[in-house]
Design a protein. Structure first.
Length: 334
């Protein structure tokens, strides 16, 4: 187990104090499961904390986010029978070297929707790449919807897993200069996104070289025992996503997928699990770490002292060790 002492701040390239303060408020909203922006309205901290998406909405297309190096795209999904959106961060090296192919990080957001976090995460990668701490890479910001759980919903209404794995990944390889192989793909995510990274990485170990699970949840055996959600909200997600079927939740969980695919996962996958010791999800994360240990699945388990369920505080506490993971996953910077 690795324990990393907390750090004070992340680098702030190009961000003023006011912008950083707004982003910190946004991070709290994201970690709390609040707020997806409403289509056609600007993405702001106020919109995140005050706007709500109707429970029945399937937001396959989100508003576009504007940030340095970030572009907004859509593709036609046969599985969803709809247009689906995503964002991509492109490093400066992508334009400087038109013959070069790049690895791809698939960034999975937490519950509530990930739009407000895109500029901050993109800036975080841009600063590390510019400083030579991380290999240049594309970062694809996946549209997982506010509470999509990165799973094919049991009633078939939202085949999010299929859209991401069977359609988005091939689409990115076809439209961008990627390293279109397992060795060129990383899954990373926080909270619901950590759950999604574990789910998709453990189910498709032939597609993804590295899996990062940060503050992941729900990792407990029973969704209704959610540490950060009321019983009503947990039941709502269980009903809407998993058809009200606890057995379906268990069968598609990272725990079950790790058990079913243990040999394939052991075969060269790079896995890290990170959680703050003040995070309400810490007991479930620790239990999941112990589950992987019992299965003999190699992984790094990092506990961040004093850190609660906060994505920016998690990245700050990881510091440069975060980029050590990426160098190991994607190779050293050129």
């Amino acid at each position: 187990m690795t324990m990393i002492p907390p750090m004070t701040n992340l680098p702030q390239p190009g961000f003023g104090t006011a912008i950083l303060a707004a982003l910190l408020l946004v991070a709290v909203a994201m970690a709390s499961g609040l707020g997806e922006a409403v289509a056609g309205q600007p993405v702001t901290a106020q919109s995140v904390t005050e706007q709500a998406v109707p429970a029945a909405a399937l937001a396959w297309v989100t508003p576009a986010v504007t940030a340095p190096g970030v572009s907004f795209h859509t593709f036609e999904s046969a599985a969803a029978k709809a247009t689906v959106s995503y964002h991509v961060f492109t490093p400066a090296a992508y334009d400087r070297d038109p013959d070069r192919r790049f690895p791809v990080v698939y960034w999975l957001h937490g519950s509530g929707g990930g739009l407000p976090g895109i500029p901050r995460v993109a800036a975080h990668f841009a600063a590390a790449i510019e400083a030579g701490k991380s290999p240049p890479c594309l970062v694809v910001f996946v549209n997982g919807m506010p509470n999509g759980m990165y799973v094919d919903w049991k009633d078939g209404s939202a085949p999010i897993e299929t859209v991401v794995v069977k359609e988005l990944v091939p689409h990115i390889d076809a439209t961008c200069r990627t390293i279109a192989a397992r060795e060129g793909r990383v899954l990373d995510g926080y909270s619901m996104g950590g759950y999604g990274a574990a789910r998709l990485g453990f189910k498709y170990p032939d597609l993804f070289r590295a899996i990062s699970i940060m503050g992941g949840g729900p990792l407990q055996p029973d969704l209704r025992d959610a540490p950060r959600a009321s019983r009503k909200r947990a039941n709502d997600v269980l009903e809407r996503v998993y058809g009200g079927d606890p057995e379906y939740f268990r069968s598609v969980s990272p725990r079950a997928l790790a058990e079913r695919n243990v040999d394939a996962i052991r075969n060269g996958a790079l896995i890290r699990q990170v959680c703050g010791d003040q995070d309400e999800t810490f007991p479930a994360n620790r239990d999941f770490h112990e589950h992987l240990e019992r299965l003999g699945i190699p992984h790094a388990w990092t506990v961040l002292p004093g850190v609660d369920h906060d994505p920016l505080a998690t990245l700050a506490a990881l510091g440069d060790s975060n980029w050590g993971f990426y160098r190991q996953a994607l190779g050293p910077p050129p």
